[in-house]
Ligand binder design. Structure first.
Ligand code: ADP
Ligand code: ASP
Ligand code: MG
Length: 416
């Protein structure tokens, strides 16, 4: 008998009627002869609502208590789902993270799953029940409730699928799959049928929030194929699987944007060995994640500029921290930056074997009068920092320039 893990996101369980629809959908699959494990998010907007409450209590909410608060959203949806299934005459049991021993580390609000004890889930599946598990939450070794970070229910689902050796892991959401770019800002976005783990990792880490990045890491590590699809239609969605030859035919697979970063520059830094460590060690000690870093060449006066990006939520804190660090380094030019930037990226495994992709991206942006303030590249992506107000324009123009709305033509055919 096939074992299927199905995860439904916030919009899919946004109100009681939608929860009933999800229950119907799960029951239909069970009737086809499958054992069903369901992972649910909180109702859409609920995690934000709870976060706002917390901010009314403390400027920087205590992270342990934040996890106790935020995990309550998923408790509501799983219990209602179990009731809906029972009302339809079937059997179902709901579990919170700690009840099925989803053990995490103790990094509150961004905990990592370390192990899952599947015994209780299997017992209940064998008794013919549907098992519904709260997404996004776990428990540490000391018994404290933890959460996995925003969007973390995807990770719960894939981790459960890996631990249970499930036959399939389906992520149901409000769009029909993974698109060439966010379908909510580009009408021409096209659904991708199959995409490799590596490309999906890049897309997710560069802003395509359709999947939480850690869920893709787990899927790749344990070789779990993921099917991302719509809750509201029966259409086939996108499969995230191992890379194959056909995928290399696509040079650029997607365009992403990320508005969650801020840019900081320290000018007039003495160009000496050890200076980067002096700046970035205290930043990392303060648990601030740095993404792109650019250090300019010494312009002849023994001084250089250092520019980097951090999460927008860490912008003020980083600037404050730098005030003291910069004095110690003897930098002469001060600290400046912007928190109205966007990181815009193009991603594709085919870039490995093609040149000229980055320069095309730069030309396209310049034709639109969009200034690039930072650039970073890897084997399969190019990212540029631009002003936030140009985000939609940049996404649409790059999407057109790389013809992502067209069907991919295999390379051999183009050459004949
Ligand atoms: P859920 O609540 O189901 O987890 P999310 O809001 O987390 O859903 O993710 C789905 C959303 O991701 C879509 O509504 C879409 O706006 C956004 N998105 C961003 N980039 C992409 C992309 N490349 N493909 C599909 N959706 C994307
Ligand atoms: N409810 C959490 C969030 O909104 C987790 C999730 O939906 O995946 O981020
Ligand atoms: Mg999500």
């Amino acid at each position: 008998m096939a074992l299927i893990v199905q995860k439904f996101g916030g919009t899919s369980v946004g109100d009681p009627e939608k929860i009933k629809n999800v229950a119907r959908r799960v029951l239909k699959k069970q009737k086809e002869g499958c054992q069903m494990v369901v992972v649910l998010s909180a109702m859409s907007g609920e995690t934000n609502r709870l976060t706002d409450f917390a901010l009314q209590m403390q400027d920087i909410p205590d992270t342990r208590e934040m996890d106790v608060l935020l995990s309550s959203g998923e408790q509501v949806t799983i219990s209602l789902f179990a009731m809906a299934v029972k009302a339809f005459g079937d059997d179902c049991i709901s579990f919170l993270g700690d009840q099925v021993k989803i053990i995490t580390d103790s990094s509150h609000t961004k905990a990592r799953i370390e192990s899952i004890d599947t015994e209780r889930i299997i017992e209940n599946l064998e008794a013919g029940k549907i098992v519904v598990v709260a997404g996004f939450q776990g428990v540490d070794e000391q018994g404290n409730i933890t959460t996995l970070g925003r969007g973390g229910s995807d990770t719960t689902a894939v981790a459960l699928a890996a631990a249970l050796k499930a036959d399939a892991c389906e992520i149901f959401t409000d769009v029909e799959g993974v698109y060439t770019t966010d379908p909510n800002i580009c009408d021409k976005a096209k659904k991708i049928d199959r995409i490799s783990y590596d490309e999906m990792l890049e897309l997710a880490s560069l802003g395509a929030k359709v999947l939480d990045i850690r869920s893709v890491t787990f899927a790749k590590q344990y070789n779990v194929p993921i099917h991302v699809r719509s809750t509201f239609t029966d259409t086939e969605g996108t499969w995230i699987v191992e890379e194959d030859k056909e995928m290399e035919g696509r040079i650029v697979s997607g365009v992403t944007y990320n508005k969650n970063e801020a840019r900081i520059t320290i000018s007039g830094v003495p160009d000496q060995p050890g200076i980067a460590a002096k700046i970035f060690t205290p930043i990392s000690d303060a648990d601030i994640i740095v993404d792109m870093i650019i250090q300019n060449q010494d312009t002849g006066n023994g001084l250089t500029d250092m520019t980097f990006t951090v999460l927008r939520s860490d912008f003020q804190r980083t600037k404050q921290l730098l005030e003291t660090i910069v004095k110690k380094t003897g930098a002469t030019g001060g600290i400046h930056g912007s928190d109205t930037i966007t990181k815009i990226s193009i991603v594709g495994v085919g870039m490995r074997n093609h040149s000229g992709i980055a320069s095309t991206m730069f030309s396209v942006l310049s034709r639109e009068g969009i200034n690039i303030s930072m650039i970073s590249t890897s084997e399969i992506k190019v990212s540029c920092i631009i002003e936030e107000k140009y985000t939609e324009l940049a996404v649409r123009t790059l999407h057109d320039a790389f013809e992502l709305d067209k069907d991919t033509v295999p390379e051999e055919e183009t050459l004949t």
